[in-house]
Design a protein around this ligand. Structure first.
Ligand code: SF4
Length: 212
């Protein structure tokens, strides 16, 4: 049964990732992103972590450290992480100075820019509200496919928009616990501020069952 569920999840996630790789909803953002970020981890997860985007303190090492903290304090093994926004926006003077418009991707797999022929110098910036709203439906679909018992939302904006998508319109308090479709959804601090103490606090919220 477990094997069948995992196989079904794999094919649904692959189909979704194919759509994400071809997505051009945010034309300007896609110019500096070779491939939109996709989720990683166990495809029958007990817990699913949501970061706002790749970059802005969510580098690979930070994410791996958070995954370890979560495994240790929640005492579970099957972790999956993903992003609210798949294409990390960048600030780029070369792009701003282009006097022609292109909807094509301007960087290659090695992050070499087709405009400057040098390694991309774009500086990661926080995704805007429009980018989060445009991309959020992939996250909701991913949560629906993987159906984890627990979801952790990192940072106020990720929490605010994700909870809004589920119809929770009140202001967000962090840390806090929400019950959504029988699932425990925890809102916490930004990934770059997340510590062992925050992980402990989330566990105690989870066990208190004191949902907002
Ligand atoms: S950020 Fe999301 S919605 Fe926008 S182009 Fe990338 S994948 Fe598409």
């Amino acid at each position: 049964m477990e094997k069948l569920a995992r196989e079904q999840n794999i094919s649904r996630i692959i189909a979704m990732e194919e759509r994400i790789s071809k997505c051009t909803r945010c034309v300007l953002q896609r110019g500096c992103v070779y491939r939109p970020a996709t989720g990683k981890g166990d495809l029958k997860p007990e817990i699913l972590l949501v970061f706002h985007s790749e970059g802005n303190g969510n580098d690979r090492k930070k994410i791996m450290d958070i995954r370890q903290l979560i495994k240790k304090h929640f005492i579970l093994d099957k972790v999956y992480h993903t992003f609210a926004v798949r294409c990390q926006p960048k600030s780029c003077t070369h792009l701003d100075n282009l006097n022609c418009f292109s909807s094509k991707c301007l960087v290659d797999q090695e992050q070499t820019c087709r405009v400057t022929r040098a390694v991309c110098e774009g500086i990661p910036i926080m995704p805007g509200d429009i980018e989060i709203i445009s991309c959020l439906h992939y996250l909701i679909e991913e949560i629906d496919i993987l159906s984890p018992q627990i979801v952790v939302l990192f940072g106020d904006r990720t929490s605010y928009f994700t909870l809004k998508a589920y119809g929770l319109l009140d202001s967000i308090i962090t840390p806090s616990l929400y019950m959504i479709n029988g699932r425990h959804v925890l809102a916490t601090v930004e990934a770059d501020q997340f510590t062992s103490q925050d992980a402990k606090e989330l566990v105690s919220y989870l066990h208190s069952e004191h949902a907002v």
